[in-house]
Design a protein around this ligand. Structure first.
Ligand SMILES: [Zn+2]
Length: 181
């Protein structure tokens, strides 16, 4: 499989990128991940050994700032992505924001997760996919009651007015170009 190479100074990798077995030998870029992702890997297992191997080769582990975590949570809430992102995903995105804002370096996220890619697009953070095609549209999730059609909060699964099930659908699509840097 051919991978696109990032041309940024820093590459932020998610769990699937770490566990893919990819060596990153031919990448001329600082590779980092969120501390929380490292914590989620079981010590001693194959996944952890893979992580340790990458760490020995220069993978750095960092924790995002509180400010960036708040920004990501706000953005994810506004676009209906909050419940689709794990805490580790939020940390990963916040770390990318820190790299741009505090480290003042160009960044690229390596992740196949569509919700991570969506928030990255919204915040103008370049990303690459590991295997799948990346998203090419920004989207927003909207929850609507299937009975009375009331627009509801994304966190409810049953309508508080009529009790019908709630559907969660993509509402708006905006054209955008896949970010490459
Ligand atoms: Zn209803």
């Amino acid at each position: 499989m051919n991978y696109e190479k990032p041309t940024s100074e820093v590459l932020v990798v998610d769990t699937s990128a770490i566990l893919s077995g990819k060596q990153f030998d031919d990448y001329d870029v600082l590779i980092i991940t969120a501390a929380l992702i490292a914590e989620e890997l079981k010590e001693g297992g194959r996944d952890f050994r893979r992580f340790e191997y990458l760490q020995a080769k220069g993978l750095e582990v960092h924790s995002p700032t509180k400010e960036s975590l708040i920004l990501i949570k706000k953005t994810a809430t506004a676009y209906g992505e909050l419940k689709r992102l794990s805490v580790a995903d939020i940390h990963l995105l916040a770390l990318a924001v820190d790299v741009m804002r505090l480290w003042e370096k160009s960044v690229c996220i390596l992740s196949d997760d569509y919700s991570i890619q969506n928030i990255a697009s919204i915040l103008d953070i370049p990303f690459l996919s590991l295997s799948q095609k990346g998203i090419t549209k920004k989207f927003k999730w909207v929850s609507r009651c299937q009975g009375c059609h009331t627009i509801l909060s994304e966190s409810v699964d049953a309508c508080p007015f009529c009790g019908s099930p709630v559907s969660h659908k993509v509402q708006t699509k905006e054209s955008m170009k896949k970010k490459k840097r």
